[in-house]
Design a protein around this ligand. Structure first.
Ligand SMILES: [Zn+2]
Length: 248
């Protein structure tokens, strides 16, 4: 069992939360009961995850995608109200960690995706250290796609010549297609992220650097699990990951 305030302060330091400029608040977003012994972890704070936490009588939920995004309608109506109502009614704390949980060198989404895929990180660069550079096994783009599909259980979209060699890699999980230019400038063979935009196909063709869209949810399912495991080890709390798969 751990006090909410202690958990919150510990994690703020561990993830270096105060160093990040982000699109949503990092940390305790909705306060519930003051002590935590059971935690449900998930990628996004959606209704299915909240209902699973209620069913498991969790004291807290920890996610990568929480609430209160910049430029989002702040009014608590409709489906948005329902999420908050369920949390308040059941006195459940909601913790959310966005960019700090992408960038963290140990439990971060980028580090954990590399661990899953057997990629070696050589540098963290770009905006707030979010672009990871490194190397993967020597293979073709098609083989990289197969490896991602095996591990993430989702077919990736590959933009590039299936037979081109890809070993020098850049990656950033989630909706990081905007970093493709930085990856091209870094001189890699392929860039892997979650989501894709229309212009990426032309950029891949014209730069010769392959672009891989491996799924936003799929690439961001490991960081929060690693953070939950860290909480378990640190505080003895019972943490369970609840998958709410998302095809995007
Ligand atoms: Zn994300």
């Amino acid at each position: 069992m751990v006090q909410v305030d202690q958990l919150s302060e510990y994690t703020a330091q561990f993830l270096n939360v105060r160093q990040f400029r982000d699109y949503a608040p990092n940390g305790l977003q909705v306060a519930g009961r003051s002590q935590v012994s059971k935690v449900v972890a998930g990628v996004s704070a959606n209704r299915l995850l909240i209902e699973a936490a209620i069913e498991q009588q969790a004291d807290a939920i920890v996610v990568h995608h929480g609430f209160f995004w910049k430029n989002e309608d702040p009014c608590l109506t409709g489906w948005r109200r329902e999420r908050i109502r369920l949390l308040l009614q059941h006195d459940i704390n909601l913790f959310a960690y966005h960019l700090p949980l992408d960038a963290h060198p140990e439990v971060g989404n980028n580090a954990q995706l590399a661990l899953q895929m057997g990629w070696q990180t050589t540098a963290q660069t770009g905006e707030q250290g979010l672009l990871h550079l490194g190397t993967g096994p020597q293979c073709t783009l098609a083989e990289l796609g197969e490896a991602l599909q095996r591990r993430l259980q989702r077919e990736p979209l590959l933009l590039g010549d299936p037979q081109q060699a890809v070993q020098r890699l850049a990656w950033c999980t989630g909706g990081a297609q905007g970093y493709f230019e930085d990856a091209i400038a870094a001189g890699v063979d392929a860039f892997i992220t979650g989501e894709v935009s229309e212009r990426m196909a032309d950029m891949a063709r014209e730069s010769g650097v392959a672009f891989v869209s491996a799924g936003h949810y799929a690439t961001e399912q490991y960081g929060v699990q690693a953070l939950a495991a860290h909480w378990s080890a640190q505080f003895g709390v019972d943490c369970r990951f609840v998958a709410v798969p998302n095809p995007v």
